[in-house]
Design a protein around this ligand. Structure first.
Ligand code: PLP
Length: 439
């Protein structure tokens, strides 16, 4: 007999459809028993510390032990899991899952108030895997033209190669978002705040639109963290993080997460198995430790950024400050939903354009000049020669990135030190113009 040839998608009718049917029911798994769940009434700080910790029955370890194992011995339960199709929740093989992944997943689920989380090797793994898992060939995604650079490249370069089309619109305009929707639209993908201008997406309206038209609303909440905003509680279907940023908070790893209903996350998880972007146990162990202080760290970021914004708005060399506390109405939805806590990012435009901003950078003593954000240490960068360097001048202007823009990821240092340092750097950057001798 000749070897059979299998073609995907199968040409026989109906053969493959169920795989792509988002309504396909999945059995929810047993959820690892040793992973501690925390009551819904507990606050964020308590959950950040306790949710998901692996309670080791033998040693009574207070923290989750590091399971540095790529594979796990089979037993009755493993075979049962294979039979029932619930291999996501039993220790089998580290790409499928491990106690260290589950600890992180339970903690993020608790913080975002979602049913289920999948953790990834990076934010980009989370975004690409989730978008591929929740769309089909022929599907269409509406997103923003100023999404994170990596996401922009993925939407532009890869989605159409995989049979998905994408429309990029002004994310602050619900009318523009509505106008971009087509009969084959499946996902609305937006960031809660844009980079680097911290423009606010009208999320409640995006959610209402998605619910009305039966589209999935996927939100990248990296810039705010669940301490400031929990998009699932507003009705979004999936919330994504680059855990490289605030979630981990220590600039010592890359990771990502996607959180939503068990139904969607099972789908994302099985896509993750095939794409292979799973997070290894060491990274998960570090990320779990970072997450324990999330609420505490965010408090310091929020306090510090507010002080810096107050300083910047009064500074004579600063032309404009981009921060929701300035750019958004105090009674706007984001201000209310976050209790006026907007993460730790701020951008500002200084007099003298990019030349002046280039002069400014070397005078900073506390922040490091580097890209990325959300760590305990402050970082500064210039969008024009880093994150947005691939955009033409005209495109940058259209987005609103004007010459002289500085992006500041405010860390958790002593706010007085940050302000003294910023004041000093600004003073020295303009020293020749003040008639003083430049150091
Ligand atoms: C950094 C970032 C990403 C990508 O995350 P990685 O962990 O670097 O892959 C995605 N979205 C936003 C908003 C980010 O800031």
């Amino acid at each position: 007999m000749a070897n059979p040839v299998y073609t995907f998608p199968a040409d026989e009718d109906g053969d493959i459809d169920w795989m792509n049917d988002l309504k396909r029911r999945r059995k929810s798994g047993p959820r690892a028993l040793q992973q501690s769940a925390t009551p819904a009434r507990w606050g964020d700080a308590t959950r950040a510390v306790h949710s998901g910790t692996y309670a080791d029955p033998i040693t009574g370890a207070v923290g989750t032990p590091l399971f540095a194992s790529s594979t796990f011995r089979f037993n009755e339960g493993t075979y049962g899991a294979f039979e029932q199709g619930i291999t996501r929740d039993v220790p089998i093989y580290a790409r499928y899952g491990s106690p260290n992944q589950w600890a992180v997943q339970e903690k993020i689920s608790a913080l975002e108030q979602g049913e289920s989380t999948v953790v990834f090797a990076s934010g980009m793994a989370a975004i690409s895997t989730t978008l591929m898992a929740l769309t089909n060939s022929g599907g269409h995604v509406v997103s923003s033209y100023d999404v994170y650079g990596g996401t922009y490249n993925f939407l532009r370069e890869d989605m159409h190669q995989n049979g998905r089309s994408v429309s990029l619109v002004d994310p602050t305009s619900i009318d523009a978002i509505r106008a971009a929707i087509r009969p084959n639209t499946q996902v609305l993908f937006f960031e809660t705040m844009t980079n680097p201008l911290l423009k606010v997406v009208p999320l409640p309206e995006v959610v209402a639109l998605g619910r009305e038209l039966k589209l999935l609303v996927v939100v990248d909440n990296t810039f705010l963290s669940p301490i400031a905003l929990k998009p699932l509680t507003l009705g979004a279907h999936v919330v994504i993080h680059s855990c490289t940023k605030y979630m981990n908070g220590h600039s010592d790893l890359t990771a990502g997460s996607a959180t939503g209903s068990r139904k969607y996350m099972d789908r994302v998880w099985s896509q993750m198995l095939r794409f292979g972007g799973s997070a290894d146990p060491w990274v998960c162990s570090l990320l779990e430790r970072g997450l324990k202080t999330l609420a505490l760290r965010m408090e310091a970021h929020h306090r510090n950024v507010d002080r810096i914004v107050q300083f910047l708005v009064k500074h004579p060399r600063v032309k404009r400050v981009y921060h929701p506390s300035i750019t958004e109405p105090p009674d706007g939805w984001l201000a209310r939903a976050t209790s006026r806590r907007f993460g730790g990012m701020v951008s500002f435009e200084i007099e003298g354009g990019d030349e002046a901003s280039l002069r400014l950078l070397p005078y900073f003593e506390v922040p490091t000049v580097a890209t990325s954000l959300g760590g305990v240490e402050s970082l500064v960068s210039l969008p024009f020669n880093t994150s947005h360097s691939s955009l033409t001048m005209a495109r940058r202007q259209a987005v609103g990135i004007l010459p002289g823009l500085v992006r500041y990821s405010v860390g958790i240092e002593d706010p007085d030190d940050l302000i003294r340092d910023l004041s000093n750097a600004l003073e020295r950057a303009y020293a020749p113009m003040n008639g003083k001798v430049r150091a």
